[in-house]
Design a protein around this ligand. Structure first.
Ligand code: RTP
Ligand code: MG
Length: 153
């Protein structure tokens, strides 16, 4: 737990195709989390396999890689108090059928394979560091004070 914890989050191709990227970003901003990095990419297959390597022996692995490389994704890093657990709670359960209304998946998704957003697993201690390193170079992540501007009321 840390006041300035950074967590890796990624908007998936289904959400990009539906034009709800802004909605997902807004929810995280509204919660009070701070955006430290964001970009749009087509994920190379090898990077997708590295990202989801924990699932490489699962029966759904090939479908998962095909889906995540099928269209643009939006990798992001969000910062804040307990950011990893906060984001996982906001995203909701993996299966949209079990995701509570009010969570991102519970409000925007129907299909287990098209569940809008990925977030690093808070039960996997090294997940954030590993995933941020896979998807971002150091100079793509920004350090700044949120509330020190004179013009911000
Ligand atoms: P994610 O990694 O994408 O944030 O999702 P998650 O932690 O909630 O779930 P995880 O267990 O890591 O699974 C990764 C993604 O694989 C797909 N999946 N399909 N057919 C299946 O049984 C199955 N199980 C998982 C989901 O799209 C899930 O988001
Ligand atoms: Mg996962």
């Amino acid at each position: 737990m840390s006041d300035h914890e950074r967590t890796f989050v990624m908007i998936k191709p289904d959400a990009f195709a539906r034009g709800i990227v802004g909605d997902v970003v807004s929810r995280l901003e509204d919660r009070g989390l701070k955006l430290a990095g964001i970009k749009v990419i087509n994920m190379p297959e090898e990077r997708a396999k590295e990202h989801y390597s924990e699932h490489e022996d699962k029966p759904f692995f090939d479908d998962l890689i095909e889906f995540i490389t099928a269209g643009p994704v939006v990798p992001m890093v969000w910062e804040g108090q307990d950011a990893t657990r906060q984001v996982r709670q906001m995203i909701g359960a993996t299966d949209p059928l079990e995701a509570q209304p009010g969570t991102i998946r519970g409000d925007y998704a129907l299909d287990l394979g098209r569940n809008v957003v990925h977030a690093a697993d808070h039960e996997d201690e090294g997940a954030n560091e590993r995933e941020i390193a896979i998807h971002f170079d150091d100079d793509e992540l920004i350090d700044y004070e949120q509330h020190d501007a004179e013009w911000l009321y």
